[in-house]
Design a protein around this ligand. Structure first.
Ligand SMILES: Nc1ncnc2c1ncn2[C@@H]1O[C@H](COP(=O)(O)OP(=O)(O)OP(=O)(O)O)[C@@H](O)[C@H]1O
Length: 419
């Protein structure tokens, strides 16, 4: 309770209120829990672990698996913060993520948070003793149980754990086909699921820019960032080479950007992500690798530079929801801007918006005069950010920037018109 108070949690969210009694009930029962992005699922499963561990032993007792190192580290950070008043009583939280400097170091600590490949490898090499584990939690569980390497790795890890442990699965999305797997992985579980219509993205202002080519997309993106100062934002692309190209162009325009893709090694990823989390770089360019779970509260804008698609080229509803869920967290405001450049990407976006019952606002890229850039192309965005922002210092800075830009483009009349 003291840990939560320090974190500023004064009352539980809906999912916490529903999940906690089910999770903490004795004898322990499995749980499959679904709730919107950014509603505090991490705190729910962390509290369950902190309540159930035996601090007199350093043996691993709770294992959390997450799809990426960034998310595993974030969860371990939450556990350490929420358990900060237990640290002097022997609480230890350890990460099981790739670390070439500590490849042979045994994992101790009641709570272990890892990625499935590395965790499995450590168990195999007897660096992590699975015999005392009593809770297995999968965050982003639908992704973790998908067919393929993540799903296989999770199953393998589970086979090494004692039987009759509590299994907890959380995600914002559980597509029907994965829900079947999930019920096998966590048998007889209590279920908290959302109806399709409850899974909304309506709290986030959604807009799109219709470009005629890839080149126009680049230009529009760079122009967009040239005019706006956004607190922090994430640009999602499909391919690593697009991320590199955007990074190059934006850097040459003087923006401080960070680019994080699977092409980087672990240390580089940590460094890039820290730059973004601390606000040193305001723009993060990334692929779907960071679409899920990441919680950076200053993110007010998500850009879908490429519309998310499944491997077979269909619109990817779940990924869209997870991506835009990086903003608007825990009731905050946020905006999402998607780029389309041909019929296919436009149809994909419309199909996604239709699926979630939202109508995105079209922003105009036609530039008849410099002033129209402000009043047409950016009107909706400016209004959204100005009207909904909670951070008035940021709004003031943004307005000053808009006025300065207007003056640069059209002279003093721009400033008075913008004013
Ligand atoms: N009871 C609470 N009161 C205030 N803030 C909270 C509370 N619970 C969680 N939060 C905050 O809400 C934010 C989102 O929480 P969290 O990252 O756990 O969301 P999530 O549901 O796991 O989202 P996602 O589906 O994107 O992974 C965090 O910054 C967290 O600190």
């Amino acid at each position: 309770m003291r840990g939560m108070a320090v974190m500023g949690f004064h009352k539980p969210s809906k999912i916490q209120e529903r999940a906690l009694p089910l999770l903490m009930h004795n004898p322990p029962k499995n749980l499959i829990g679904q709730s919107q992005s950014g509603t505090g699922k991490t705190a729910a499963f962390t509290l369950n672990m902190l309540t159930r561990i035996d601090l007199s032993s350093q043996q691993p007792q709770c294992l959390v698996l997450a799809p990426t190192r960034e998310l595993a580290k974030q969860i371990s950070g939450v556990a350490k913060m929420m358990g900060s008043f237990l640290l002097d009583k022997g609480l230890a939280v350890t990460e099981a993520v790739p670390d070439p400097n500590n490849r042979n170091k045994p994992v101790v600590g009641q709570i272990v948070v890892g990625t499935p490949g590395t965790t499995g490898d450590m168990i195999k090499r007897r660096l992590l003793d699975p015999r005392g584990i009593k809770i297995l939690t999968l965050d982003e569980a639908d992704n973790m149980l998908e067919m393929g390497s993540l799903g296989d790795q999770c199953k393998r890890v589970k086979q090494t754990l004692p039987r009759n442990i509590q299994i907890v699965l959380f995600s914002a999305t559980f597509p029907p086909k994965v829900l079947d797997f999930a019920s096998q992985f966590a048998p007889n579980a209590n279920m908290i699921t959302l109806e399709a219509q409850q899974l909304t993205v309506k709290g986030i202002k959604q807009m799109y820019l219709d470009c005629s080519s890839d080149e126009e997309k680049y230009e529009a993106l760079v122009k967009f960032y040239g005019l706006m100062t956004i607190a922090s934002s994430i640009i999602f692309v499909k391919r690593r080479d697009t991320a590199a190209e955007i990074e190059r162009r934006m850097t040459s325009e003087g923006h401080k950007v960070a680019s994080l893709t699977g092409a980087l090694d672990g240390d580089q990823r940590d460094e890039v992500f820290t730059r973004f989390r601390t606000g040193d770089a305001k723009v993060l360019i990334t692929t779907n690798v960071l679409a899920r779970g990441i919680d950076v509260q200053t993110v007010t804008m998500v850009v879908n530079y490429d519309i998310p698609e499944t491997v077979d080229g269909k619109p990817d509803f779940e990924t869209y929801l997870h991506r835009i869920g990086r903003t608007g967290r825990f009731g905050r405001t946020g905006a999402a801007l998607s780029f389309v450049s041909d019929r296919k990407s436009w149809e994909s976006l419309m199909s996604i918006c239709n699926h979630f019952g939202v109508e995105p606002t079209k922003l105009d890229t036609y530039v008849p005069s410099a002033l129209d850039v402000y009043f047409n192309m950016y009107r909706d965005l400016i209004l959204t950010l100005v009207l909904l922002s909670e951070d008035w210092d940021h709004v003031e800075k943004m307005l000053k920037n808009i006025m300065r830009n207007a003056r640069n483009v059209v002279g003093p009349e721009g400033e008075s018109a913008t004013g």
